[in-house]
Design a protein around this ligand. Sequence first.
Ligand code: ATP
Ligand code: MG
Length: 338
Amino acid sequence: MESSSPTVVHPGLSGAERASADALTAPVSRETRDAFDALGDDEGSPLANELIATERLRQELEASDFPRPRQTRVFAVSNQKGGVGKTTSTVNIAAALAKRGANVLVIDADPQGNASTALGVDHHSGTPSIYDVLLDDTPMAQVAQRCPDIATLWCVPATIDLAGADIELVSVVRREFRLHDALVELLDGPGKRLDYVFIDCPPSLGLLTLNAMVVAHEVLIPIQCEYYALEGLTQLIKTVEMVRRHLNKTLEVSTIVLTMFDGRTNLAREVAQEVRTHFPAQTLAQTVPRSVRVSEAPSHGQTVITHDPHSSGAVAYTAVAREIAVRGAARPDEGVHQ
Ligand SMILES: Nc1ncnc2c1ncn2[C@@H]1O[C@H](COP(=O)(O)OP(=O)(O)OP(=O)(O)O)[C@@H](O)[C@H]1O
Ligand SMILES: [Mg+2]
């Protein structure tokens, strides 16, 4: 690539002298350019450019500040559409924030127990879990487990016992407030220093999701950039509105994350554009690319943040986490206790 530096004329100098004078007067010195500039200059392959961009972003993130919230921020990660990246986003954003020193709790509210698997915590049938919290009044502090890889990350696991909970909860007193009451009790006690709570919801708008929305301040919606992406979103927004009107006036859709984004396809770009047009304030600038490392991490009982911190997926989720932290710092204070 041609340099855009203006030519400086040095009359009366030899060729070699002129070259060194040009170097001295050049507007950008080599020291101020970054180490990868030479690679960037020769229009490398798209893959090489992608690797360089990922590594640059990783270094920038490492050097940047992730402000901690003044009060616990509680997110319901929800989208009744299945397989859009709810669990993947929950565990990776949580891990990225915890890696940067925040105290983070993930509540697995999905009978599939995928978040528990990815966080490497025990969740075989019979393990004390969110089921005991919701149905038997067991304090959350008694069922939470510390994640093996990150010291400031905890998980309330879900076991297959939760599969019947949507129906069992119907006949329970304060059935929409079970999770609210349990979390408020935790945050009044040993959990009061938590910075973030992420609740991984199942792909439905039943009582488990409702319980999450009643205790959350914020709804985080992962959207997969594909053809049916926006289908069902109207229903989800209506549910959030209904909860806000009747059960939790502080709830809002604060964050939309575009997942499994492939910028090379027109469809992904069009879907992303449409989401940004409808939700300009909520949609994060950072998207999450499709990445093999992200999808294989759970089989190691890990998030991609610990499994392969240099991968594009880990770097993207860390950038998403920073955006959430920075946007949160600009929000007005809201207490968890309603
Ligand atoms: N960025 C990504 N790159 C590659 N694969 C991904 C990515 N995000 C998610 N996946 C894969 O897509 C599948 C669905 O993701 P995930 O389980 O997070 O979705 P979900 O919305 O929680 O699903 P469910 O509705 O069943 O709870 C999983 O196999 C996951 O590994
Ligand atoms: Mg899931």
